[in-house]
Unconditional design. Structure first.
Length: 119
């Protein structure tokens, strides 16, 4: 599937591990601000087709997770997970053939209680 940021500078080709069955929201202190619905992609099933050198990286806390976004339009494209570094999470809203509204209610991950966030 094709995944693009809003301005079109960044383009990814991804293969979702179980289609949209893995779609989740997350209530950790970062994801609750970002507000995106995310789906799982195995590490070897994500390819940055355009502008890999332009992707911006944001890291915080334990710096295990790597959050990528377009520096021009600000849209989050994907991140390497903290909970499982063998997976990427990708922005379902940036998948070209998907309207996130069609997903209905999306389950929440318990990000706020992740062990790495505890003091
Ligand atoms: Zn962009």
């Amino acid at each position: 599937m094709r995944l693009t940021c809003h301005c079109g500078a960044i383009e990814l080709e991804v293969e979702l591990s179980e289609g949209l069955a893995t779609a989740r929201r997350c209530d950790c202190c970062y994801c609750r601000r970002r507000g995106a619905i995310m789906a799982t992609v195995p590490l070897d099933k994500l390819r940055v087709v355009r502008a890999a050198d332009r992707l911006s990286l944001y890291q915080w806390g334990s710096c295990t997770a790597k959050h990528y976004f377009c520096p021009t339009c600000g849209i989050y494209t994907h991140h390497r997970r903290r909970s499982d570094p063998n997976e990427y999470g990708v922005n379902v809203g940036a998948l070209e053939s998907v309207n996130p509204r069609d997903l209905g209610e999306v389950p929440w991950s318990d990000g706020v209680n992740h062990p790495s966030d505890r003091p």
